[in-house]
Every structure is written in structure tokens, then in C-alpha cells.
Write a protein of this length. Sequence first.
Length: 363
Amino acid sequence: MNSDWFRVARLRHVFLIYAGALVCGAVGNLINLPLPWMIGAMAFATALRLSDREVRVPPVTRPIGQMIVASSVGISFTPAAVAALSVLFVPMVGGALLTIAAGFLVAACLMRMAHVDVVTAALSSIPMGPVESAHLAARHGVTPGPVVFAQTLRIMMLVVFIPPALVAFSDSTEAANDVLRAIPWTPTGALLLAAFGAVGAVIARAVRLGNPFFVGSIGGAALAAALSLPVTAYPYPVLVAAQVFLGVWLGAVFDRALLRNAGGFIRAAVVSSLLLIGLCIAMALGLARITGEAWQVMVLAMAPGSVTEMALTAKVLQEGIAVVTAFHLVRIFIILPFAPLIISVTARLARNGRRDDGQGKDG
């Protein structure tokens, strides 16, 4: 009897969490926020955590949300994107490596401003996404809240400022969310996309790639799109569900102690996010001169995160979507699979540096 009551209470808790998240997402959608369902769900879960209320949802929702979002991005890797990749491969790899270098530069500034450890600073500054950075933070024993906050803050700043600024220079009046709803899909095409995304995730997990549900799914979907298989986008409600799943998971990471104890970090995260975005825009303008691509396209291509919104903005502008998608995917495939190694080496070098400093003082 007690177990039945507990099961009912658990289901009721999950239902109320997602119902509240959907309501907040609907409000965000009404005011035309970028990624409204994710931001709304994250705001709802964050508000609950800041009021010291529990947010417990099935763990499987996170990988499901990751696979849906990742395969939705991977489908943009069409033959046109493959052609763009072959022509601009060196600038794409160079741009990805320069972004990592810029992330370490910003991390050094964040360490000085917020007085945090090197792992927290690196995970907060290198553009690898909130979900991925939180996973690595837990693995390295650092508090994930500040890391998720910094990554999420940067993404929110990107999607709030860059697309509207670039769209303002164009003649298009179509809202990004309307474009997303209008993307054509078929039941068989969506199921085929889901199958390729799931198989990619299984393979990535089998070979122990970092964050397999995202990296593997985006790889499987990209392969299907590059081979011109009859895959299509998901219906809009599926994308809404994925945004809600990830938004609730991200918001649940925050708690009252984070804001109470991390006032200095929050201010430093704002400054460091602006610094990284500024560095990437400067690199984009330089790459535009080198490659001959439009500067608007390169700003979208070099944006440190938010591939879905950047590619969607390129679609609204009807310019450079293949280039934007290819740049982001190359950076994703360079950063995410190697992020565990990058952070592990960074942590090891930091430990060795502290040990050497201690020996120097002893001597």
C-alpha cells in the first residue's frame, strides 16, 4: 500500500513539474523568446529550486532530450553542407581551435575575477553546452551549478542578441519560431531520423565517446542527411518536448545556495561571456576577410554555442546555412568528444603546478 502511494505521489510530482514547465514555456512562446520552451522550463525549475522545493524527474528524459535536439541539428548536414565543409575545412578547424584558445583565455580571466579553480573556469568558458559541462563537472568533483549558469548565460546572451541584431540588417520579417514550426516533416522521415540518432548514440556509447547521446545522435543524423536519405525534421511538438526535458534538467541544477554564495561569480560570468562573444565576433570578421564569406554568415558560424538558433537565423536570412551548420558541427565534433580529455589534462596540469609551487616554497 505504501509503495502504491509513493508511486502515485511520484507520478503526481513529475506531472506537476512538466505541467508548470509547459505553462512557462507557453508564456515564453507568446512573447516570442528564442528557445521559449527550454527557457521557460528552465525558469520554472530554477524558481522551484530557489524556493527549496524538489525537482525530481526521470533521468531518462535528459538523454531523450539530447538525442532529439542533436538529431534535429544533424539533419542540417546536407550534401550542400558537406560541400561547404570540403571547401572551408581548414578555416573551420582553425576557427574551432581558436575558439578553444579563446575559451582558455576567458577562463584565466574568470579565475582572477571570481577566484574559482581551473576546472570550474575552463568548464564555464569553453563552449561545450550546459548539459555536457555539468556532466564533466560532476565527474571532476566540482559544483555544477556555477558551470551550468555560465554556459546557460552565454547561450541566452547569444540567442537574445545575435539573431535579432543580424535579422535587423535583413529584409525578412518572419519570426524564428514561426520558421521552426513551418519546417516540413513526415511520419516516416521523422522516425527514420530518430532511428539514425538512436543508433548513433548507441555506437558512441559503445566506443565510450564523451556525451554519447549528443555526439552520437548528431553524427547519425548528419550521416543520414549527407547520404540524402529520406529523413525529415520532427514535428514541432516533439521539439517542444525535448526543450522542456532539457530545460527542466538544467533548471534543477540551480539552488538558493548558488545565488547566495556566488554573487561574485555571477558578475564575473557576465563579463567573461561578453568577452568570449566579443572575441568570437572579432575572429569571425577576420575569417570573413580570409574566406570571402559574408560577415553576417561568419558571425553566426563562429558564435560560441547555440547551433540550432544560429542555423535557424541563417535559414531566416536565407544565406549561408550550409556554412553556418558546417562550422558549428566541426567545432562540436572537435570539442565534445575531446572535452573529457581536455578537462582532464587541464586538471592534471593544474595539480602539477600546485605541487611544484608547494615544493618550491618548501625548498
